[in-house]
Design a protein around this ligand. Structure first.
Ligand SMILES: N[C@H](CCC[C@H](N)C(=O)O)C(=O)O
Length: 282
């Protein structure tokens, strides 16, 4: 029997990823193969692929891919899932360690013995247009007028290492996210495309969000999306600095520190070891 390729599926509040470890499989990853693997009809079904551990600037790191095969600099749920993988497979033994991503070194802390709860230092956000990026003169993109699909919206945009557009609405639903998401993701104002979170304030400690991810479409949860929604609400003076972000897959707690550092607390679960057909890689 030919060497089978194993991928391990995990999920973070229903935001599911396949981990492909190059130390355990001799494979070459290409974008279109990732997209095929992630398909829920012809493939294994996932919101993305985590390829690692690999060496990134001399540190243990992970490459993060969306289900369309595009590479993302950061994923909050992805980092929590990869941290669990590293602990489950004894790449690390400490409870606190760093994972290198294209957006930098991310400090993670495992909060329980089953390695299902993690606290992640997601760094600081920036609302600066040239960093997100958003076209036009350099400014902070706060409560700005945009037109998507011929409708007018007020949006706040920021980067958490990946770009996010936050729109507060009275109706936050899967339907609304699916309708608006593709227009925001691919708007001309966003040269590197865009993740969308539509939000409703419940009170100064709770937001409801629905998500349309750049490169993955509708998902049940988003770590960076939760950080972005919380940071936008806090910047707009709508919330305290500890905010529960309620989303279809569950709740992610966000803490914003005095210096602007954002911490997220997320939960992840192991789903399955999968033996994958060679045809996905040939
Ligand atoms: N689709 C995102 C990356 C994954 C974000 C989300 N799954 C998370 O948990 O942060 C992007 O292209 O920037």
């Amino acid at each position: 029997m030919t060497d089978c390729i194993t991928m391990i599926k995990y999920q973070g509040l229903g935001n599911d990823y396949l981990v492909l470890d190059p130390n355990k499989n001799r494979v070459q990853l290409q974008g279109k193969k990732i997209a095929l693997m992630c398909q829920r009809g012809f493939g294994l079904g996932a919101d993305g692929v985590l390829y690692g551990p690999v060496d990134i600037n001399g540190k243990m790191g992970v490459h993060i891919y969306n289900s369309d095969g595009s590479e993302a600099a950061i994923s909050g749920n992805g980092v929590c899932i990869f941290a669990k993988y590293l602990l489950d497979h004894e790449y690390v033994k400490e409870k606190k360690f760093e994972i290198k991503t294209l957006s930098g070194s991310i400090e993670v802390e495992c909060l329980n013995s089953r390695a299902t709860e993690f606290r992640v230092n997601m760094g600081k956000a920036s609302f600066l247009s040239r960093e997100i990026p958003v076209t036009g003169e350099v400014r902070e993109v706060i409560n700005e007028d945009f037109t998507f699909n011929n409708k007018d919206y007020k949006a706040t945009c920021l980067t958490i290492g990946n770009p996010h557009c936050i729109i507060f609405m009275d109706e936050v639903s899967e339907k609304a996210a699916r309708e608006l998401g593709p227009y925001v993701e691919n708007a001309d104002e966003f040269p590197e495309r865009m993740n969308l979170q539509i939000c409703r304030k419940i009170d100064t400690g709770n937001l409801d969000i629905e998500i349309w991810e750049r490169g993955s479409g509708y998902t049940k949860a988003s770590g960076t999306g939760s950080c972005a929604a919380a940071m936008a609400a806090y910047k707009l003076g709508l919330t305290e600095n500890r905010i529960n972000i309620n989303q279809p897959g569950g709740m992610i707690q966000i803490d914003i520190h005095e210096d602007g550092t954002i911490y997220m607390t997320g939960s992840v679960g192991y789903v399955a070891d999968m033996s994958v057909a060679e045809s996905f890689f040939s």
